[in-house]
Design a protein around this ligand. Structure first.
Ligand code: ADP
Ligand code: MG
Length: 490
């Protein structure tokens, strides 16, 4: 069957149906799962009653078909009754840049509504109401009539599930303190900041869980993203219920606003937040806010608001260290109940340094693959399954990096890479480094020799053949070199 002209004409609405489906899926399955499995899904088109969706690898395709196939079909049928089947295939990623998922779900019309809100023109009845609800992250339309303000909390985001290390111990301690004794002097507001995927949302949910679980004195906690705060505010203006909105906000014991940087440039919403903030603090209620920068660096946020935000406790989440990444992986692998070899965890902790979310996504995928195909996780399967993720983290490797990594691995001094010492404990690692330099860089043998204490190119040649030979004979040695190669690989 070929695509008819009328269907081509209908494409834009197909696009917005797809946008809504993705937003709903994201709300249903949660951020991590969505990013791991579904983010790369692309709409290929509608042919008769069949929708085609593509994913970049066979593995992702299989996984999404088994796990989400039925759900996808049901959602499509709800959106578009003419759809009967959903075909999930392996195919190219869409031409459009892979925008962050949050952004991808905001249609143009809504962006305009948002911009208009700061000029107070959204009472205009011609602006449709639905899209705003669609981007608010609620799973369905019932949310519009929900009276409670709090967004759902992720059951995995608890203090118990949070791995503490040097980079986050201060933020963790502050969060715990607020959960144990809300509104203590010096900790109100609590302002958590740090880069993407470092655990801000996790800590906020953990505080909320802790507070709501303390059954002795029920505490009303409202957690929501700044984005949602804004949509709610806009919706309240539109339905002329701003008083109710204000009152419900002001009746909580603890207010948590996530990703406050979203309010930059949204002057009216900022103003509203500022008043609510002041009111609650005056009443001795706890406020917890997160953002990607410290209060003083949040340029574009009103000065008086920044000042107030910095008045309590400001705690930052630093970038992760190798040790923290490894502990997080160990904890998550143990929780998933799948035996993941230490070498694989070390490899991932070395390789995926961007943030915990990506690290977690990679591990989830490995575990799922192992369960699905009943295959143990090995370095090989890791490479196969995480091909796309690893490629994104690839970079050019230098001889200096190789020397450093190999020296670290064998616990020898970096200077021994170029020293004249011939003891086996030093000479062998040096040969391994030469071998890897030949394998992983485009340097010539004489160039490599020069970097290793001005050695002759024949020495490098000898090292390469010696290591190759040893790798064939000795499995453990081969695995070691292989691990090093993968760690360094570009
Ligand atoms: P942020 O809000 O800072 O962007 P999140 O709180 O959403 O980051 O964290 C991203 C993912 O990483 C979540 O799944 C979270 O559980 C996980 N994560 C982050 N830091 C830790 C940690 N220290 N221990 C366990 N999981 C973590
Ligand atoms: Mg977050």
């Amino acid at each position: 069957m070929t695509t008819t002209e009328s269907e081509i004409v209908a494409m834009p609405s197909l696009g917005s149906q797809w946008t809504r489906i993705r937003a709903r899926l994201q709300a249903e399955v949660g951020e991590v799962e969505y990013r791991t499995w579904l983010r790369q899904m692309a709409l290929a088109g509608l042919d008769g009653d069949e929708i085609t969706v593509t994913l970049p690898t066979r593995f992702l395709r299989d996984w999404v078909s088994t796990r989400y196939g039925d759900r996808l079909r049901a959602m499509w049928q709800q959106e578009n009754p003419s759809v009967r089947r959903v075909d999930i295939r392996v195919g190219e990623a869409p031409v459009e840049p892979a925008a962050p998922a949050e952004r991808a779900v905001i249609p143009q019309a809504v962006r305009e509504t948002i911009r208009d809100s700061s000029r107070e023109t959204i009472r205009d009845a011609s602006v449709p109401v639905r899209p705003v609800a669609a981007v608010s992250g609620w799973p369905d339309d019932r949310s519009e009539s929900r009276s409670d303000l709090a967004a759902p909390l992720d059951p995995r985001f608890t203090f118990e599930g949070f791995v503490v290390g040097k980079p986050n111990e201060f933020a963790y301690a502050c969060a715990r303190r607020v959960a144990d004794h809300p509104s203590s002097p010096g900790f109100n507001p609590l302002f958590l900041y740090g880069g993407v995927g470092l655990g801000k949302t996790h800590l906020m949910h953990a505080i909320a869980w802790e507070l709501t679980d303390q059954s002795t004195t029920p505490v009303s906690v409202a957690y929501m993203s700044a984005e949602k705060f804004m949509y709610r505010f806009i919706a309240a203006i539109r339905s002329q219920s701003t008083m109710e909105f204000k009152e419900s906000l002001r009746s909580v014991d603890v207010l948590m606003i996530d990703d406050l940087q979203f309010l930059i440039g949204k002057d009216n919403t900022q103003e509203e937040f500022f008043h609510t903030f002041n009111y609650l603090v005056e009443q001795g209620k706890q406020i917890v806010v997160s953002a990607d920068k410290s209060p003083s660096d949040l340029n574009g946020l009103e000065h008086r608001l920044r000042t107030r935000l910095g008045c309590g406790m400001v705690a930052d989440l630093h970038s992760t260290t190798y040790e923290l990444r490894l502990s997080i992986l160990e904890a998550k692998a143990a929780r998933a109940g799948v035996a993941v070899p230490g070498k694989v965890l070390e490899f991932l902790a070395h390789k995926i340094t961007s943030n915990v979310r990506e690290l977690e996504g990679a591990l989830n995928r490995l575990v799922a693959h192992s369960n699905l195909f009943s295959r143990p996780v090995t370095l090989d399967t890791t490479h196969e399954v995480l091909h796309d993720i690893l490629k994104a983290h690839d970079r050019r490797v230098t001889i200096e990096e190789i020397q450093k990594k190999v020296a670290e691995h064998y616990s020898i001094r970096l200077t021994d890479m170029s020293s004249a010492r011939r003891a086996r404990a030093v000479a062998r690692p040096r040969q391994v480094a030469m071998y890897l330099a030949k394998q992983l860089t485009s340097r010539s043998l004489p160039e490599i020799g020069r970097k290793f204490g001005n050695r002759d190119h024949t020495t490098v040649m000898h090292a390469v053949s010696r290591v190759t030979e040893l790798m064939e004979r000795d499995g453990t040695f081969a695995e070691d070199v292989e691990l090093l190669r993968r760690l360094l690989e570009s």
